[in-house]
Design a protein around this ligand. Structure first.
Ligand code: GLC
Length: 428
């Protein structure tokens, strides 16, 4: 795992595709029969990308504070956003846009020094060779529920066609990995429809690494990836190893104009703090309109998040997972040298903020955005048993930031927390 990924903290996910034309859900709308496949594919005629400006996207991503970006180069619908030789089903050949979106995106992102990520759906519900086997080769007893886009409705499997499909995927991935300069991250999706053996793992992974040995691959690869990707629901227990939480700003990945269920900037910042407090990244999604422009509500969230990150940069970058919420009822991060603890204060404190179990002497406490120094006192504790008291930091609503407030605790030594269950004091 490359260090840059764990240091990145924030990535921007972009779901851009023909589904933005009618504002229907990406690929799933036809798969689940909400509209017909023909109706869905008619959107090809309306995909213009007429105001698509990759530099503007890259500029916004940079302003959001994100260090990497991930674009849906091909979703489950099989429509490629680049000029692929291996299928006409791409926006260059089949839509009025007639341009290689992936190329423009890759150039603009790299130009800004942002790490380049490509989402690629392993599933291709448009490819004739795709629906020829069942997951793990297991033919269901009842064929009536088989979806014609993913498996053979007659129950007859064709391994040759499946092999051809794998070749097709390999070819498209070679294009993605060699035609656009160095790709830093591959974000797979849809591995669940086939087994590791059917995806030809681990050979498939070696094939991908042969183009760039540094490449980071997410774990939607039947466990063969490099990091976990919980989605939409924030983990309560820290996922093991490197991880990234992906989430939408409203409830849709792609552009759905009727979806007004937006999270507020405050909620997004809190979610971000939740992720970095548990040592993870957040991959925040935007869904551009078919013309390539971005809804102001999404843009404002990215800009607001970026402004907050810039003000609180040292609590975000160069830090790692914080302390348990049993010590402090909020999020936190710890500096690399472990001598600074950053506390995220989500709500208005009444008079004091409390932290338990802290063994270290505090040198100084400041409110990060204002630089104001805060006083603290310690109550209780049994120093001769090494049981620390409770630290009370004096803080009132006037000290807060309009979003999440960060307190910087500079410690004398490396952070040390007490985790015991107390003791009877026998030597007073
Ligand atoms: C799910 C959905 C897909 C979406 C992805 C993003 O896997 O199938 O539509 O692109 O999540 O994480």
């Amino acid at each position: 795992m490359q260090k840059w990924f764990q240091d990145a903290k924030l990535g921007i996910f972009i779901h851009y595709g023909i589904y933005a034309v009618d504002g229907v859900s990406e690929s799933w709308s036809f798969y689940n029969g909400r509209i017909s496949y023909e109706e869905y594919m008619k959107q090809l005629n309306g995909f213009t990308a007429s105001r698509f400006n990759a530099e503007k996207w890259a500029d916004l991503i940079e302003k959001s504070g994100a260090r990497y970006a991930v674009l849906t180069t091909k979703h489950h619908d099989g429509v490629a956003l680049w000029d692929t030789q291996y299928s006409d089903l791409n926006v260059v050949k089949r839509t009025p846009a007639n341009r290689d979106i992936v190329r423009e995106y890759a150039e603009a992102i790299r130009e800004k020094g942002i790490y380049l990520g490509m989402y690629f759906s392993l599933i291709d519900w448009s490819h004739p060779d795709y629906p020829n086997v069942f997951e793990g080769g297991r033919v269901p007893e009842d064929l009536s529920g088989v979806n014609p886009h993913s498996s053979p409705v007659d129950g007859v499997q064709d391994q040759e066609k499946w092999k051809k499909f794998l070749e097709f995927n390999n070819n498209q991935l070679r294009e993605i990995l060699t035609n656009y300069g160095k790709v830093d991250l591959l974000w797979f999706d849809g591995d669940w429809e086939r087994s590791a053996e059917q995806w030809n793992l681990p050979e498939f992974k070696h094939y991908l690494q042969s183009f760039n040995s540094d490449i980071i691959i997410n774990s939607r690869l039947q466990g063969y990836g490099d990091y976990k990707t919980p989605e939409q629901g924030i983990p309560i227990t820290r996922p093991e190893g490197p991880w990234e939480f992906c989430t939408t700003i409203n409830t849709s990945w792609g552009y759905v104009p009727t979806d007004h269920k937006y999270k507020s900037l405050h909620q997004i910042i809190r979610m971000f703090c939740d992720c970095i407090s548990m040592g993870g990244n957040m991959l925040l999604d935007i869904g551009p309109r078919e013309d390539g422009t971005i809804d102001k509500r999404q843009e404002d969230i990215l800009l607001g998040l970026g402004a907050w990150i810039r003000t609180h940069e040292e609590a975000v970058f160069g830090t790692g997972e914080g302390i348990m919420s049993r010590y402090y009822l909020g999020g936190s991060t710890v500096s690399e040298d472990r001598k600074t603890l950053y506390l995220f204060v989500y709500d208005n404190p009444k008079e004091r903020v409390c932290i338990k179990g802290l063994c270290n002497k505090i040198r100084k406490i400041t409110v990060l955005h204002s630089g104001k120094e805060l006083a603290h006192e310690i109550h209780g504790g049994v120093p001769w048993f090494n049981i620390p008291g409770t630290t009370w930091i004096r803080m009132t609503p006037e000290d807060t930031h309009e979003q999440v407030t960060v307190l910087k605790l500079e410690l004398e030594e490396e952070l040390e927390m007490y985790g015991g269950s107390g003791a009877v004091v026998t030597h007073n």
